[in-house]
Design a protein around this ligand. Structure first.
Ligand SMILES: Cc1cc2nc3c(=O)[nH]c(=O)nc-3n(C[C@H](O)[C@H](O)[C@H](O)COP(=O)(O)O)c2cc1C
Length: 187
């Protein structure tokens, strides 16, 4: 059977200009492209959603929520790179997942998800990743096992956004291998 090109979405859970996590997101996107994946880079600033409130659902579900859920439902791979805030997920990530969790497009059941984080601390945001893993697993997502935590952010990337530590570069390659290897087969 002819191999079809896999598709991926990559997202960053920080909207900050100069975000360290955005640098890692871009790097992972590039590595997925090198592996032959058709990648769409998602900027969550283009998917504005009010703070989730069940009262808004009936009449005012943001169009961005169903638009993004439809994209999730079609992608083979979804990569979320996000800092941890107070050892948890960032507000924009929690809000996005809350809205998406209420959509009915099968948005968690097709893709294999990969998670990563950069933090200014030395634990590399792994506690936030653990929270995201728990939440996404509960929603039915399949998660690639590699724990891609990078920290401290200072000096972790060169001017071109390439990881300076061999260990980090290796983990990115490992994550990309997992993401391109596993498949839900559209389940
Ligand atoms: C509200 C807030 C909470 C934070 N909590 C943590 C934390 O729990 N652990 C950590 O390692 N860094 C924490 N940080 C520091 C972030 O790692 C740092 O701001 C990082 O640069 C954010 O990622 P970004 O550069 O992609 O925006 C926090 C930062 C903010 C603004």
């Amino acid at each position: 059977m002819a191999e079809t090109t896999k598709t991926a979405l990559t997202l960053c859970g920080s909207l900050r200009k100069g975000s360290h996590n955005e640098i890692l997101r871009r790097h992972v996107s590039g590595k997925l492209r090198e592996a032959g994946v058709a990648v769409e880079d998602i900027d969550l600033a283009d998917y504005e959603m009010p703070i989730f409130n069940e009262d808004l659902e009936a009449a005012d579900t943001p169009e961005a929520a169903s638009r993004l859920a439809e994209k999730f439902a079609k992608a083979d791979i979804i990569v979320i790179i996000s800092p941890e805030y107070n050892a948890g997920m960032t507000p924009v990530l929690v809000n996005t997942i809350s809205w998406l969790s209420r959509q009915k497009h099968g948005q968690w059941r097709r893709a294999v998800f990969g998670l990563g984080a950069v933090s200014t601390g030395r634990y590399g945001g792994v506690t936030g990743i653990a929270h995201a893993r728990d939440t996404l697993s509960k929603l039915g997502a399949l998660l690639a096992p590699t724990l891609l935590g990078v920290g401290p952010a200072e000096g972790a990337f060169d001017a071109l956004g390439v990881p300076t530590e061999a260990g980090v570069a290796k983990k990115v390659d490992q994550l990309v291998r997992e993401l391109t290897h596993f498949s839900r087969g559209g389940a």
